[in-house]
Design a protein around this ligand. Structure first.
Ligand code: ME8
Length: 517
């Protein structure tokens, strides 16, 4: 038991048809930053990610690889775990839909929906896209090559006719619309809520939720030959991870309903229409928010395996270092918008904010302390208005940053932190501590103390996005208490504490070769 408030955040569970790329790293990174922020802010956090392993798409990929589906899933799922390690993700759980606990949870959910009268048996005759694992109405399709129909996403579709169980989604249109109206922050950003609302207003068809033409899925309870549609299986993972159907469990009690389901805009309909309808039907509380972020392109082009321009997060980390990758992805593009990945922007952004910004600020300050104060935190005497202004602004940051993080406005959160790093840089230029060394050593010490104190707080605040680099800065300041409760006066540096020899934290990055001129 804990008295701390709880916070539950989830990533989509990723299909194992393909190895992880930058898009997967992006969504999980956003969740990692929120999870780390909330932990530092005193919350009891559950951060969930994992892999979606059933369905036709995965079955076909396994066939293509020439190995049994379970073996194929084991292999690719492991790669997603490796990504989590390489990206320094702090997920509390990694769920796989082929786990026994998940099968139990989703079969239980099915039985509840059936008992409550929301499931009936019929036949499905319509369009299906294996790539999207989605059913489409005829009216949604577009023309491809002559004689070819395509999903709105551009994915191929095929005509499917099979016996199927259906979920009475059509009964939930008005309930969903009232829910959106009563909870305007349920879907964010706002423009996405408008999209979802107009889709629901257009009328909802019942949803086919079982398949009979292949085997790779969770069996429908007591009905041989039917496996569950991969999306009912997949969405239920958010419940499995908090011990459903054991709703007496402490984990369920603490963490359900989830605070944020983070998703890409491609899978918003599943999370903002189908999922809340399933939960309403099962009599379970609804998640508080679904945030749909935008899409990355690579140097202006759609990222796709066939174009051969998939960005490999492992390669980026090797080339630029982990924290630069983490910082760039969430700082460069307003979260929610689409963004273009360009190596030139990457290098320019990281050099200006990290190497020349926060890195230079701490390196300069710590070197001056090493040289002019024998490596001990100096004494702080009377504070001038300039000192008070800098410290005051840094101390006020938490409220601003918290508001931005709570709205998933990561770019604004980091913008406000780095604005104070820039203000500290200006403060050095104005105060000229190198001159004070001769003219007023006591004042020099105060200036260096104020700078060290500002850097301590900025480093505490950047921990969620750059955990390793922040730790290096805090190590150099000999600071061991690093929670947000240490911001402001509570965790003030103590004069006389010895500091280790300063080291650089953010290396300068090189522009790509074809761009160096
Ligand atoms: O949809 N830019 O899995 P998936 C940004 N298994 N984000 C991207 C991206 C890009 N170019 N490409 C992928 C599934 N993503 C289902 C989810 S959840 C119950 C089941 C991210 O492997 C983004 O978060 O196709 C997108 O929603 C997700 O990867 C799709 O992953």
């Amino acid at each position: 038991m804990t008295n701390r408030p709880s916070f539950y955040i989830t990533t989509p569970i990723y299909y194992v048809n393909d190895v992880p790329h930058i898009g997967h790293a992006y969504t999980t990174l956003a969740c990692d930053v929120m999870a780390r922020f909330k932990r530092l802010d005193g919350y009891d956090v559950m951060f969930l990610t994992g892999t979606d392993e059933h369905g036709q798409k995965v079955e076909k990929s396994a066939e293509k690889a020439g190995i049994p589906p379970q073996e194929f899933c084991d292999k690719v799922s492991e790669r997603f775990r490796e990504l989590a390690t390489a990206m320094n993700f702090s997920n509390d759980q990694f769920i796989r839909t082929t786990e026994e606990r998940h099968k139990n949870a989703v079969q239980h959910l099915w039985k509840v929906l059936l008992e409550k009268g929301h499931i009936y048996e019929d036949k499905y005759a319509g369009w299906y896209s294996v790539r999207d694992e989605a059913f489409y109405a005829e009216s949604e399709l577009q023309d491809g090559k002559p004689g070819e129909k395509l999903a709105p996403t551009g994915a191929p579709v095929e005509w499917v006719e099979e016996p199927s169980y259906f979920f009475r989604l059509s009964a939930f249109g008005d309930k969903l619309l009232s829910y959106y109206e009563a909870n305007p922050d349920f879907v964010m950003p706002k423009s996405r809520l408008n999209e979802v609302t107009s889709f629901v207003k257009g009328g909802l068809d019942d949803l086919s939720i079982s398949r009979t033409t292949f085997n790779w899925g969770v069996p429908v309870p007591d009905v041989p030959g039917h496996i569950m549609y991969v999306w009912i299986d997949a969405l239920a993972n958010y419940l499995t991870a908090v011990d459903y159907p054991n709703m007496d469990s402490q984990t369920y009690q603490n963490f359900w309903p989830a605070n944020v389901h983070m998703v890409g805009k491609d899978i918003l309909r599943f999370h903002a229409v189908y999922w809340p309808a399933f939960l309403m039907a099962a009599g379970l509380p609804l998640p508080k928010r679904v945030f749909a972020h935008g899409w990355w392109t690579n140097e202006g082009q759609k990222i796709s395996k066939s174009l051969g321009n998939v960005i490999d997060p492992f390669e980026l980390i090797d080339t630029y270092g982990l924290d630069a990758v983490r910082y760039f992805m969430l700082r460069e593009v307003p979260f929610g918008n689409d963004g273009d990945f360009s190596r030139r922007s990457f290098v320019l952004r990281c050099n200006s904010d990290l190497a020349n910004g926060l890195g230079n600020l701490s390196q300069r300050t710590l070197s001056m302390i090493a040289k002019n104060c024998d490596g001990f935190i100096p004494e702080c005497s009377t504070l001038t208005n300039d000192d008070k202004e800098l410290l005051g602004n840094v101390e006020n940051l938490l409220d601003t940053v918290r508001d931005h993080i709570n709205a998933q406005a990561f770019h604004h959160a980091f913008e406000s932190i780095f604005a104070q790093a820039a203000a500290a840089d200006t403060y050095i230029t104005v105060q000229e501590p190198w001159k004070l060394k001769k003219t007023d050593p006591e004042r020099m010490k105060t200036v260096l103390y104020v700078l060290a104190e500002a850097i301590r707080q900025l480093a505490i605040l950047v921990q969620p996005i750059m955990p390793e680099s922040a730790a290096k800065i805090l190590d150099q300041l000999n600071v061991s208490e690093r929670g947000f409760d240490q911001l402001g006066g509570a965790g003030r540096l103590k004069a006389g504490v010895e500091l280790p020899t300063p080291i650089g934290v953010f290396p300068r990055l090189e522009l790509p070769e074809d761009d160096a001129a």
